[in-house]
Every structure is written in C-alpha cells, then in structure tokens.
Design a protein. Structure first.
Length: 71
C-alpha cells in the first residue's frame, strides 16, 4: 500500500492513455466490422463487444486506483 491519497491515485489511474486508446480502438473496430457486415446481428455483436470492453476498462482502472490509493 502506498502513501498516495485517493484523489491523486485516481488521477494517476486515469492517466494511463494506452488503456484508453486500446479500449477505444477495440470499440471502433467492432462497430466498423458491424457496419461492413451490415446485419442486425453484427450490430448487436458490436454492442456486446463495446459493453465487454467498457467493463474490462472499468475494472482495470478501478483495480489500478485501489492499488495506488491509501485509504
């Protein structure tokens, strides 16, 4: 556990631009593929991928925040 306050730890956890870029790229790729296939099931799959990527991003960011914070 570090001596970093919670707000500073949150700022540091949200500063990881590679995590944000990777999540955004995966979501964009899913929707581009869905538009190329042009079917309702492909669009539904893109929504599922976007939700899964968002959840993974959220969990990884929260774990990083909790790892850095000193409560």
């Amino acid at each position: 556990m570090t001596e970093q306050p919670a707000r500073a730890a949150l700022r540091a956890a949200l500063a990881d631009w590679r995590r944000h870029a990777a999540a955004a790229a995966l979501v964009v790729a899913a929707f581009v593929a869905a538009e190329l296939l042009a079917s309702p099931s492909a669009r539904y799959g893109a929504y599922l991928v976007a939700f899964a990527v968002w959840m993974a991003w959220f969990v990884l960011t929260c774990v990083e925040w909790l790892r850095r914070a000193d409560f």
